[in-house]
Design a protein around this ligand. Structure first.
Ligand code: SF4
Length: 115
């Protein structure tokens, strides 16, 4: 199941939903090279959420350097355990660049940084 109607598109395999924010994509091609059975720009829609396991997709999405790709775990049907989210959060400092943060994180800030 997918919706591809705006700058923010969602693709679900039932267990997880991949969220792609086109405006944030820096076209590094990490996703296409890392998991081509899911991320294939020659296909429409270009994301096939059925192409790999949820664990493989979550691992690849966490390697997106721009934050264009994220995911959320869908609510498990009543009586089912659902998919565990990553227990470890990783923050990597990229040379002369931003922080690359993997895992579920809540950022608190009382002001916006200048653009
Ligand atoms: S990994 Fe992220 S930034 Fe790179 S092409 Fe894929 S969506 Fe775009």
């Amino acid at each position: 199941m997918s919706t591809e109607t705006s700058a923010v598109n969602e693709y679900s395999n039932g267990e997880i939903t991949i969220v792609w924010k086109a405006d944030l994509c820096i076209h590094s091609a990490n996703c296409v090279k890392g998991l081509p059975q899911v991320f294939d720009t020659q296909q429409k829609p270009w994301i096939n959420a059925q192409g790999a396991s949820s664990a493989e997709i979550m691992a690849q999405v966490q390697k997106c350097p721009s934050g264009a790709l994220t995911y959320y775990v869908n609510a498990a049907p009543e009586g089912e355990a659902g998919i565990p989210t990553p227990a470890v959060m990783v923050a990597e400092v990229i040379a002369d660049g931003p922080l690359k943060v993997e895992g579920r994180v809540q950022i608190k800030n009382d002001r916006w940084f200048p653009g």
